[in-house]
Design a protein around this ligand. Structure first.
Ligand code: PMP
Length: 304
């Protein structure tokens, strides 16, 4: 990864190499931390803006609420801190990673240690490759099921829950695919290891509803709004893996993955085996929106 100059740690900007924590930081051992992934883009007018910053920070606080964590800074302070860090790093675009974690103090799984917060930013290109964005990726249904609602807090972006994503992603990549698609505990399609999933059939977009064990993705929400504004019908409901094989188009959404077409699942070609017209239209409007070229979505951008 490319280093930046500074990281915001517990209220102060410190040098990148000095942003350290103790090895007995509770979250390292038990994964009880919350985080966000956010992107900033250069806009068409030469400025820079963070995409949906308030929504990401609200989700960070919601995640903390779910796991009974008190974030020791108000949301407004972290909002400012994200912008300060980008400015300090002179980063006109890139990725932001705020984390709130239980720090050093006691050990034992139920220990409640002081909460530490940091925000790192760094340059980051296409997550599933530029080629993937253009031509579509190859995905594999995972042997790992998505988190079950009685086992984990699926609405929260909790660090430890990403062991599930890690295992699924590694399994898929080691088998020669680009990304994993996880089914829920009942066998219905849930989401990718770090992306929500959308299917197009006969002109209608389908995606699992938030009653499924999926993260309430902010890109997902943006795509639902864009599809609605384009007059494309959207149905939020579960679908099976074979229904997905028969889709006309398939795509994944996420802050890192943006809007990435899926051209093949489990060695079955999806539609024509290349990004379809609805995927391309949504992708086009999404990229115009993040770059400040869609007036109707200007409220999604925080300029810095
Ligand atoms: N699902 C999972 C499991 C994720 O980790 C992410 C990435 N945060 C997403 C979906 C997509 O969410 P968003 O669009 O808010 O990045």
């Amino acid at each position: 990864m490319k280093k930046a100059d500074k990281i915001w740690l517990d209220g102060k900007l410190v040098d990148w190499d000095d942003a350290r924590v103790h090895v007995l930081t509770h979250t390292i051992h038990y994964g009880v931390g919350v985080f966000e992934g956010i992107r900033a883009y250069r806009t068409a007018d030469g400025r820079s803006a963070v995409f949906r910053l308030p929504e990401h920070l609200q989700r960070l606080f919601d995640s903390a609420h779910i796991i009974l964590m008190e974030v020791p800074f108000p949301l407004e302070r972290l909002h400012e801190a994200c912008l300060e860090t980008l400015r300090a790093n002179r980063q006109p675009e890139g990725y932001l990673r705020p984390v709130a974690m239980y720090g050093y103090g006691s050990m034992g799984v139920g220990a409640i240690n002081p909460v530490q917060v940091f925000i790192a930013t760094w340059p980051w290109g296409a997550y599933l490759s530029d080629d993937g964005l253009k031509r579509g990726i190859r995905a594999k249904v995972s042997s790992f099921a998505r988190l079950h609602v009685n086992v984990n807090m699926v609405r929260a972006k909790v660090s430890g829950q990403y062991v599930n994503s890690f295992l699924a992603n590694r399994e898929a990549v080691l088998a020669g695919y680009d990304e994993a698609i996880l089914l829920d505990g009942e066998g219905y399609v849930a989401e990718g290891s770090g992306e929500n999933i959308f299917m197009v059939k006969n002109g209608t977009i389908f995606t699992p509803s938030l009653a499924s064990p999926v993260l309430a993705g902010i890109t997902r929400d943006s795509v639902l709004r864009i599809a609605g504004d384009l007059g494309i019908p959207v149905v939020e409901q579960k679908f099976t893996r074979d229904t997905m094989y028969l889709a006309d188009e398939l795509f994944m959404t996420g802050t890192a993955a943006e809007v990435t077409p899926v051209r093949e699942v489990d060695n079955r070609r999806i539609g024509a085996g290349q990004p379809g017209p609805i995927t391309k239209k949504i992708q086009d409007v999404f990229f115009r929106a993040v770059h400040g070229e869609e007036q109707r979505y200007s409220e999604w951008l925080t300029y810095y």
